[in-house]
Design a protein around this ligand. Structure first.
Ligand code: TMP
Length: 236
């Protein structure tokens, strides 16, 4: 499938049209950003790793009955996907206290949650992706009541499946951000699933293996992305 004109450029990916109006190409860049674009940089080969890791995880989820936008991986940096009308709600699932939850609740990072916490954020860079709830989603027409239910059910299911998936690879899934979109009256999991949008800690050492290494200048950013890649793609 040949890539045609660029439709959209985000912080980490570019979306291209194809000859098929129902299919687009996701091109994964090495560009990294954090704190809503305030911190910018490059993580060498991140695009290749995130493409391979996302493809492996989407395939795994499809095998488990989760509907995703994946059609197929085209090459190192390109994934052919179903064209989605993105629902502007980010779904975050948390298994362990970290990041903004630690800040909001005044808790140290690392406390295991009794049950997963599900949160919604309004996907709007100008506003800094504020946290919202289902009343906001309904009132402002971001998704229907039926779609909110799908986001909730699929979010919890995907988190449960991936917690086990990562555990088998010696990684603790601390939290994860998911995005969904509409395709022919169906809601599909979209975007990517990679160390950019999850917190992944080594199961035994607790070492961070995700974008927090870039956010907080922890060093060994490339090395840890590579380690996640090997743990996931060499085992699968
Ligand atoms: P947070 O603790 O900063 O709210 O982030 C929770 C998880 O969601 C973490 O794995 C990072 C991811 N995330 C994104 O990838 N993009 C976002 O815009 C937000 C708010 C979170």
């Amino acid at each position: 499938m040949k890539r045609l004109e660029q439709l959209y450029e985000g912080k980490a990916k570019i979306i291209y049209a194809t000859e098929d109006p129902d299919r687009v190409i996701q091109y994964f860049k090495d560009d990294a950003s954090a704190f809503n674009g305030v911190k910018k940089g490059t993580i060498v080969d991140k695009g290749v790793i995130n493409n391979h890791v996302s493809t492996t995880i989407f395939k795994y989820l499809e095998e488990k009955g989760v509907r995703t936008h994946l059609v197929k991986e085209l090459n190192d940096r390109e994934m052919l996907v179903k064209r989605l009308e993105i629902i502007p709600v980010e779904v975050v699932l948390r298994n362990v206290v970290a990041g903004s939850l630690a800040k909001r609740m005044g808790l140290p990072e690392g406390e295991k949650l009794k049950a997963p916490i599900l949160e919604f954020y309004y996907k709007d860079d100008d506003l800094g992706d504020p946290m919202i709830n289902e009343y906001h989603i309904k009132e402002f027409g971001l998704a229907t009541a039926e779609e909110i239910e799908i986001l909730r059910q699929q979010g919890l299911l995907i988190n449960e499946l991936l917690f086990e998936f990562f555990k088998q690879r010696n990684i603790r899934l601390v939290d994860i951000k998911l995005e969904f979109g509409r395709h022919k009256r169906e809601v599909l999991l979209g975007d990517e699933i990679s160390p950019d949008g999850c917190r992944l800690w080594h199961w035994e050492t607790g070492e961070k293996m995700d974008k927090d290494r870039f956010r907080f200048n922890l060093g060994q950013v490339e090395e840890k992305y590579q380690e996640v890649y090997h743990l996931i793609c060499n085992k699968a």
